[in-house]
Write a protein that binds this ligand. Structure first.
Ligand code: CAA
Length: 380
């Protein structure tokens, strides 16, 4: 067993740490307040390769392993989780289905644009289909060598800025997962509109929107995988995505721990700093221990994925534990700050809001438990 990162992994982590401290930390609070990411930050992120992390070098990607990808997401999240989510969704559920299931010709055309920062979003959820993803109703009607898409998709991260969407839709009149197909849709196509921008509790630098699809004509060549493979493609993309969410939660939790230590060292009460007092020391010790346990689960899931072994269950475990632990860590960090944690003077107020969604998106904790339990029961 080897707990050392490779030189490449360390390099990506350190480069991202520098980038995040230099480019994101100084404006993180402002981006949160304004609910907006400046265009020049996006350009700098593209320049650093954050939108080209995991797909092949021949198509403009960096071809990184999952551990490096996770470390990048953790470091971005440490300073600005609302920015990290944009890279995370783009690379995992946005680019992965294209890099793995589009024809070589479509990949060669699209992936270099994605690498250059033309963002991708993932359109699976609908008003009546969230945790129960196979209940989606968006229609894909066959029309010669095209499909015609009609429906409305919710919770689309990157949706307002995206150039591409991976869209899950079904043959009209069907139910269940076997008639669901995956498509690559371009944002500029006729019939694709951003119907609503959500006003969120956290991750406010990133946009989350409703996408409306009305009579959108998609060529057969832009179907990802075979007919009926859409649901499994989405599940595979989400397996990888869940590792990213685990690392995102760990990044936010590390921010909470750093801030809590900093505050405890300078704040005095009862004639000593908070850091001198066992009640606070115990909190810090528990926070650090949970953080490490989450990191080990996330690294194991990444390692399994890179080794080509099954990792669905381990990705679910990593997401479940890391996001729930991060919620507890954020709560304790705020508690250590007392009233100061409840106002915007210190970043823990933002971390506390940002971390909450990690227990919901890309499969809520309840869904991760379902995935883990089903896998255990199948094995027996
Ligand atoms: N990989 C490959 N195939 C898989 C799979 C996986 N991880 N999980 C399931 N499948 C296959 C099954 O083998 C099965 O195939 P067969 O019928 O051929 O055997 C098929 O898919 C259906 O599987 P289930 O019966 O398990 O499906 P289900 O309807 O019971 O649903 C679920 C399973 C795990 C609950 C799934 O619906 C799920 O993951 N729900 C959560 C959805 C989710 O994460 N949404 C997040 C959306 S993205 C987002 O959050 C916004 C954003 O932009 C960040």
């Amino acid at each position: 067993m080897d707990f050392e990162l490779t030189e490449n992994q360390r390099m990506m982590r350190d480069m991202t740490r520098d980038f995040a401290a230099r480019e994101l930390a100084p404006i993180a609070q402002e981006m949160d307040e304004e609910g907006h990411l400046p265009d020049d930050v996006l350009t700098k992120m593209a320049g650093a390769g954050f939108f080209a992390l995991s797909y092949p070098e021949k198509h403009g990607g960096l071809g990184l392993d999952t551990t490096s990808y996770g470390l990048v997401i953790e470091e971005l999240s440490r300073q600005a989780a609302g920015v990290a989510i944009m890279a995370m969704v783009h690379n995992s559920v946005g680019c992965y289905p294209v890099a793995s299931f589009a024809s070589e010709e479509v990949q060669a055309k699209v992936l270099p644009r994605m690498a250059a920062g033309e963002l991708a979003g993932f359109c699976i959820s609908e008003a009546g289909a969230g945790s129960d993803a196979a209940a989606l109703r968006c229609n894909a009607r066959r029309d010669g060598d095209h499909y015609v898409l009609d429906g409305e998709k919710m919770w689309v991260t990157n949706g307002a800025r995206a150039a591409f969407y991976v869209v899950l839709a079904r043959t009209p009149g069907t139910t269940g997962h076997r008639d669901i197909h995956a498509f690559l849709v371009e944002a500029g196509q006729d019939g694709v509109t951003v119907a609503k921008k959500e006003d969120k509790l956290g991750l406010r630098a990133s946009d989350t929107v409703v996408i409306s699809l009305e009579g959108v004509r998609v060529p057969e060549a832009h179907r990802l995988g075979d007919e009926g493979e859409g649901f499994k493609i989405a599940m595979q993309a989400l397996d990888g995505g869940r590792i990213g969410v685990a690392f995102q939660a760990l990044g936010i939790a590390r921010g909470c721990l750093d801030e809590a230590i900093g505050f405890a060292r300078q704040r005095e009460a009862f004639g000593a700093t908070l850091a001198d007092q066992p009640v606070i020391q115990h909190k810090l010790a528990d926070m650090a221990t949970e953080l490490d346990a989450g990191r080990l689960l996330a690294l194991r899931a990444a390692w399994l994925k890179d080794s080509g072994r099954p990792f669905t269950r381990e990705a679910a475990m990593a997401k479940l534990f890391a996001t729930e632990a991060a919620g507890r860590i954020a709560d304790e960090a705020l508690q250590i700050h007392g009233g100061y944690g409840y106002v915007k003077e210190y970043p823990v107020e933002r971390y506390y809001r940002d971390v909450r969604i990690t227990r919901i998106y890309e499969g809520a904790s309840e869904i991760q438990r379902l995935v883990i339990a089903r896998s255990l029961l199948r094995e027996q």
